[in-house]
Design a protein around this ligand. Sequence first.
Ligand SMILES: [Zn+2]
Length: 225
Amino acid sequence: MHLWFSAQRAKRETVFMSQVRETPVVPLEAGAGPENPPCPACGEPLFGWIDARPGLAGPVKRCESCGLGMIGAPGTGEEALTELDRLRDGETLRIPNRGGFSAWFGGAGWAGLEPGRHYLFTTEAVRRLVAQRDQVVTTARWSPGAAIAAMWQTVLNGFTFGRNVALAKLGRAAGVPAQRPWQRRLDAAITVIVAIPALLVALPLELTAAAFGRASVVSLQLELL
Ligand SMILES: [Zn+2]
């Protein structure tokens, strides 16, 4: 009996080992090519995320490794750092987090997809980028006010023709108004009607996201090595 069990176990292990051997392991680098330019932060190939749409400079690609998003033409680490520095608020960098929950569920309706943006950062992408100029990220914290506003706007974007209508009106983000005047009028009315219900949805969503390290907006402190 003992021998029979041993034989069965050996058979199972053989099957398992052959499955392991047969599973092809494809490195991310294998996906590199003209369609998949290298990530300016970590060098891994970028893959398609969102198709081109009004207000964006082109289709959006993302890095599967560090999470950086890139809109339109391929860029360099230097360009990404220049854009990152524009997000500086005093000593802190405040980034809409492409690795956040709102970016994941919002997709094309994510509030962080603002016109004029070329790069969409994550904490890990910033870590890799600033290392190129001998800096380190010392702290990464949830930025509650901006994060709740971004989640709220992402939820609202699901109801409107244009994007970021509310935050643009409040002067807190760049928006993409709807193309036709009647759509813009409807968007203004919808925003007012849905504002409170959307906030009631956004608030617990963002609190949960932040608790799981997937905040919509993150404040980062940098230090020179
Ligand atoms: Zn990357």
